[in-house]
Design a protein around this ligand. Structure first.
Ligand SMILES: [Zn+2]
Length: 153
């Protein structure tokens, strides 16, 4: 029995190790974009923004005085495994949406910014605007809606 338990444990940890290795590969694939995110994050933190890691993603909230005095063209922006949001509240509200973008960076890696831009142009060409008809935004909105229907926490 002891041996059997050991072998079950062994398989389980092998599967776990493979999953960890796969996750690491996804992170490496997205790393060129994450590096751009880290640079933006570093500058913002030096200017007073707050950063914390949530679900494996570095979330940066802009300083309160910025979000209250200015209108930003975006509520949150994802660069690889970095999400920059105008406030903690917006980061929380848009978490499922931005996490979907993180998965897109993991899937397409350094190609993603180009593919996103092409999807925007295609959407604009169809008369659906640069944002609303973008297939990556539609996918992120579906994730947002699903999270509202069946919250993770
Ligand atoms: Zn989006």
């Amino acid at each position: 029995l002891g041996k059997r338990v050991e072998s079950i444990k062994g398989t389980k940890s092998d599967a776990h190790n493979r999953l960890m290795a796969f996750r690491l590969l996804l992170r490496l694939w997205a790393l060129p974009c994450t590096l751009v995110g880290w640079m933006a994050a570093l500058v913002l933190v030096l200017l007073g923004a707050h950063g914390r890691v949530v679900e494996g993603v570095l979330e940066i909230a802009l300083p309160m005085r910025w979000s209250s005095t200015r209108r930003w063209p975006f509520a949150a922006l994802t660069l690889g495994h970095v999400v920059i949001g105008v406030s903690e509240a917006e980061l929380a509200r848009l978490r499922a949406h931005e996490q979907a973008h993180v998965r897109q960076f993991e899937r397409w890696g350094p190609l993603f910014p180009l593919l996103y831009a092409l999807a925007s142009v295609a959407s604009w060409w169809r008369g659906e605007g640069l944002y609303a008809g973008n297939r990556f935004e539609q996918e992120a909105r579906r994730a947002e809606v699903n999270a509202r229907i069946a919250p993770q926490a």
